[in-house]
Design a protein around this ligand. Structure first.
Ligand SMILES: [Zn+2]
Ligand SMILES: [Zn+2]
Length: 258
């Protein structure tokens, strides 16, 4: 049984619904003992650049204060962790981390949505058969993993590569090797699964299993009703089973990014 979920959003990212309290209540009702919030991080972008898929830098205090209060209120029923889903964007990363560290912060997970960043780069979920893009995604992802600041890698197979399987395997295997070498769990993304997205797919997890990294199941909840045990989502337990993904109690070692 899964006791932990570390991938939870809030309305601040502009594409999630429900209050923090509803996410917490859903976690308790479904048997979780640890609930980590990891909303899409804001970024200290240049003047005039705003993102439509994340909170603003000015929302950090409200996000953390809200969670600190709830953490205290619920402490006898569930452990609440305060985190962010953070891309590795080299141009802005150090400046961001300096800001995030000024507030309560338990962990960050890596979700590499753009390469090399959201301002100047490409969205990795756009279909592509470009080996160059695939390689750039893999290299930047591994560079991020090597910072040692991330607790795990969210949706490692977010890159929507439509080219040859051989090419896919040659590059994506490097992420699997890095996950083993650096001892960073790879996430099976529940939201992508139930939303019928291009991830998570057998193609990646069959490959990953050959390297035997640590796996973690992440709800990636943008809606409280996504916080369920795998059996609560049709087809998910079967997906995990046929790919040999063992997640145990789903509790991972939290890396402090402080
Ligand atoms: Zn999201
Ligand atoms: Zn997410």
């Amino acid at each position: 049984m899964m006791l932990a979920n570390y991938h939870t959003h809030t309305v601040r990212c502009k594409h999630a619904v429900g209050s923090e309290r509803e996410y917490i209540e859903a976690a308790i009702a479904n048997g979780f003992k640890i609930l980590g919030f990891s909303d899409h991080t804001p970024w200290p972008y240049p003047e005039g650049v705003t993102s439509g898929i994340r909170m603003g830098m000015d929302e950090i205090p409200d996000y953390t204060e809200t969670l600190v209060k709830l953490r205290e209120e619920y402490k006898d029923r569930i452990q609440i962790l305060i985190g962010y889903e953070v891309e590795y964007f080299p141009k802005y990363f150090d400046k961001l981390m300096k800001e995030l560290r000024k507030y309560p912060l338990d962990y960050i997970i890596q979700g590499q949505h753009h390469v090399p960043d959201e301002v100047d780069g490409f969205y990795v979920g756009t279909k592509t058969d470009s080996e160059e893009r695939l390689e750039a995604y893999v290299n930047l992802t591994i560079e991020g993993m090597k910072t040692g600041l991330y607790t795990y890698l969210a949706h490692p197979d977010l890159i929507n590569f439509t080219g040859d399987d051989d090419v896919y395997r040659r590059h994506m295997s490097k992420i699997c090797e890095a996950a083993v070498d650096l001892n960073i769990p790879l996430e099976v993304n529940v939201y992508g699964f139930i939303d019928n997205r291009w991830y998570p797919k057998d193609r990646f997890f069959k490959l990953a299993k050959e390297y035997n990294p640590r796996f973690v199941v992440g709800c990636d909840a943008h809606n409280p009703n996504v916080i369920r045990q795998p059996e609560g989502h049709p087809g998910l337990a079967e997906f995990l089973g046929r790919n040999g993904i063992e997640y145990g109690d789903n509790v991972v070692n939290i890396v402090s990014p402080k």
